[in-house]
Design a protein around this ligand. Structure first.
Ligand code: 4AD
Ligand code: MG
Length: 431
């Protein structure tokens, strides 16, 4: 027999079907029990009338606790008032595994308790909605690049050298070869890929031993990084803008139900259409000054600075040309002012902060070598990367989008810990 899922019940109206899943919650009247079944695809209210089922079944329906695994049998009815629009006129109940005292109940639990029970918390309706949206965002990301002629290229996770600055490396012993580091970014490898394939993207987990305990920081997060040969900073910003619009509009179109579960105000997301405002770092500093911030020119933007800047706009804002001194070694300097890097950060609305960081890369061999030395990086470890400038170097650019920050923004969550199944943070590596 083919297994039937709740999401497909519209094809079974009037039929007697058997479905399996877990007891999500339960209400009772004297002669009637309402069991809500969840099966991962949806929720279904199953109605057990005392007169319609055996006494054993009625007693079982009365006895079993939340999250017991069960099989229900009954006739599918259209019921516009029920969640999902259907109801089951139940005739049978089969117990697979009985549960009692499930720790997560409809009452309020503190966040630490929920995080300790993340393996169970994932079953809650809000968490299920977030995971489904995350999954759809991942698919939108892949579709976007695949449809535009990019090749997916998987970079290594164990790497011999730094990419984003030495302060946030996780290190491990690597046999007789000394230390290896968990990758902070696939970018340097993506650049090699762009020289081979023209347009590539990497997509995978990245690691930062960030000491930051904020609502935006994980120590393990997923990043997608496109890299395009012959793109300059403007083309990089065009790509970032088109990409974000595509992701947000796809989720709006296809994940309305989940956004409703999350009570997301979608009118804000509807405004995420091109063109996005583009301002320079200098203009951003002006905005901060006008808003009474005592900002030191030359510093990187902090989280509150980013919020003040993004609050000026109704869609993501792209801030470009940051001071070279606060940005990574591989960024090309602005030919019109070498104190500025051809960098861009995209700041999401609603105080979500930076979701994309990108740049045009230094493509000149001598200048790149100079930067490697200035940053006190070991030249031997970067010889292969310098080869990309020795043999047929071309202008190129790319960016990295943080998946969890993007999920958090689109879902309207105030912390990234709910955007990934099992978050890794400075004070948490369990469950
Ligand atoms: O700005 P970042 O550090 O850029 C890079 O790693 C470049 N190599 C990307 C590139 O040009 N190919 O990181 C990119 C994005 C950030 O904008 C943010 O969304 C996310 O990665 N990110 C984090 N997300 C969660 N937790 C952290 N600790 C993060 N650090 C960065
Ligand atoms: Mg950044």
């Amino acid at each position: 027999m083919q297994k039937i899922y709740i999401k497909d019940l519209s094809q079974h109206v009037g039929q007697e079907v058997t479905l399996s899943g877990w007891l999500f919650n339960k209400r009772s009247g004297g002669k009637i029990k309402f069991l809500v079944l969840r099966d991962g695809s949806g929720y279904l209210q199953c109605v057990y009338f005392k007169g319609n089922v055996s006494e054993d079944v009625f007693n079982l329906a009365d006895r079993i606790g939340q999250e017991s695994s069960i099989e229900v049998t009954g006739k599918v009815k259209v019921e516009p008032r029920a969640p999902g629009g259907f109801e089951l006129d139940a005739v049978n109940l089969h117990l697979i595994s009985e549960a009692h005292d499930y720790p997560i109940t409809p009452k309020d639990h503190g966040i630490e308790f929920l995080m300790d029970n993340r393996h169970l918390w994932l079953r809650s309706s809000k968490q299920v909605a977030i995971m489904k949206i995350r999954h759809r965002i991942v698919k939108a990301i892949r579709d976007f690049f695949d449809e535009r002629g990019f090749t997916l290229m998987d970079p290594p996770i164990l790497t011999p050298a730094v990419c984003e600055g030495t302060s946030t490396l996780f290190e491990t012993e690597y046999f007789d070869l000394g230390k290896a580091y968990l990758t902070q970014s696939g970018q340097l490898y993506a650049e090699a890929g762009a020289m081979a394939l023209g347009k590539v993207y990497t997509f995978g987990p990245t690691f930062r031993a960030e000491k930051s305990k904020t609502r935006r920081h994980l120590t393990e997060f997923w990043m997608v990084e496109p890299e395009v040969a012959f793109n300059d900073l403007n083309a990089d910003m065009d790509l970032a803008e088109e990409f974000l619009e595509y992701i947000v509009q796809t989720i709006l179109k296809e994940k309305q139900e989940e956004l409703k579960v999350l009570e997301r105000d979608t009118s804000i997301l509807e405004k995420v259409v091109r063109p996005f405002p583009r301002i320079s770092y200098d203009q951003a500093v002006e905005i901060l000054k006008k808003n009474g911030v005592d900002f030191q020119y030359g510093n990187d933007l902090g989280a509150t600075d980013e919020t003040i800047i993004s609050n000026q706009y109704d869609r993501p804002v792209m801030v470009h040309r940051y001071p070279t001194a606060v940005k990574a070694f591989y960024m090309k300097r602005d030919p019109e002012n070498p104190d500025l890097a051809l960098a861009v950060d995209v700041l999401a609305p609603e105080g979500c902060g930076e979701i994309i960081g990108g740049s045009q890369r230094e493509d000149n061999y001598e200048l790149l070598l100079e930067r490697i030395k200035e940053h006190n990086l070991p030249q031997e470890a970067f010889e292969w990367y310098l080869d990309l400038r020795r043999f047929g170097s071309v202008p190129h650019a790319g960016f990295g989008l943080g998946l969890e920050r993007t999920v958090g923004w689109i879902c309207g969550l105030d912390h990234v810990r709910e955007t990934i199944p099992f978050p890794r943070m400075i004070y948490r590596n369990t469950p």
